[in-house]
Design a protein around this ligand. Structure first.
Ligand SMILES: [Mg+2]
Length: 298
């Protein structure tokens, strides 16, 4: 049995770890684009995972398009680029698509097309969300009674006053929107509270359930594929969390690869219904699978 402490498993082991319907040779050569979750796939917190640049280089070398698609709304694309650079991974800001951007773009479009009323946004979140909302042309307010929308993303320094303002806004009729549903996220110390936990507190306080834009919701994947000009059947989603990365992508008809470097363990991936098309220990193993599959068809 493979463990993710072995970064370069022999292929025979790799194949034995991929117990699901299709062997990688059956469909990896037809993959034209790759969506990569970030935390738990490229790194865990501030700890880089092995083989990321090699994997991206192989995608580039084989003419495959790729985009990092993250539910993490705390950082701007430029901040993610910087973080990856410290880990020796080169990804320009255009290669990063966060749930903050997806949420801001979606809300701006709803207002522009008349499907939602014009109005200001009170936000609970960090720089990534603030920049995304402003970049999308939305107007921010700190006044809970002046807000038409209450938008919530990850916030690592949240206070009781923040929760109070958002609760008042939602109770006053502001539409409650969350960037992503993740209740936790991995760190060097273990699982820490994520945006979904903030949303749960606000839902309890306001007695209103949020509308959530990020993975596993279709809007996030569809926008990412739109940016890459690619179709679901030829786009593989690589993720560590079944219920967001994998379940959402499968619903849209995308092939999926579950990696064991983050949240969901091998047992839970295998038990999921439906399971990911591939289960691999890490990106080096997925790179091996791509290489082998491409070799067999070349
Ligand atoms: Mg993840």
């Amino acid at each position: 049995m493979l463990t993710h402490s072995d970064p370069n498993p022999p292929l025979s082991n790799l194949q034995s770890s991929i117990l699901n319907s299709q062997p990688p040779s059956a469909n990896l050569p037809s993959i034209r684009a790759v969506l990569l979750d970030m935390d738990g796939v490229l790194y865990v917190g501030d700890r880089p995972l092995p083989g990321v640049q090699d994997f991206l280089d192989y995608l580039d070398a084989t003419g495959r398009r790729w985009l990092c698609v993250t539910n993490n709304a705390s950082k701007t694309p430029a901040m993610f680029t910087e973080k990856l650079a410290t880990m020796g991974v080169h990804a320009s800001p255009e290669r990063i698509f966060s749930s903050a951007q997806a949420t801001a773009m979606w809300l701006a479009e709803q207002i522009q097309t008349g499907q939602a009323r014009p109005g200001k946004v009170i936000m609970l979140g960090m720089e990534g969300l603030r920049c995304a909302l402003l970049d999308a042309g939305l107007e921010l307010t700190d006044d809970p009674f002046d807000a038409a929308y209450a938008v919530v993303g990850a916030h690592f320094h949240v206070t009781y006053d923040d929760f109070a303002d958002l609760t008042l806004a939602i109770r006053n009729g502001a539409r409650f929107i969350g960037t992503n549903p993740d209740t936790s996220f991995p760190s060097e110390r273990g699982l820490l509270p994520g945006t979904g936990s903030l949303l749960a507190l606000l839902a309890a306080a306001s007695e209103v359930e949020p509308l959530i834009i990020g993975k596993p919701n279709a809007a996030m994947f569809e926008e990412a594929m739109h940016l890459l000009h690619t179709q679901p059947a030829e786009t593989i989603m690589v993720g560590d969390r079944y219920e967001t990365d994998i379940a959402g992508a499968i619903k849209l008809g995308m092939p999926t690869a579950g990696v064991l470097t983050g949240i969901t363990n091998e047992t839970d991936f295998r038990a999921a219904d439906p399971p990911p098309a591939l289960i691999v220990p890490d990106l080096p193993a997925l790179l091996d699978a791509f290489r082998e599959a491409d070799k067999m068809t070349s």
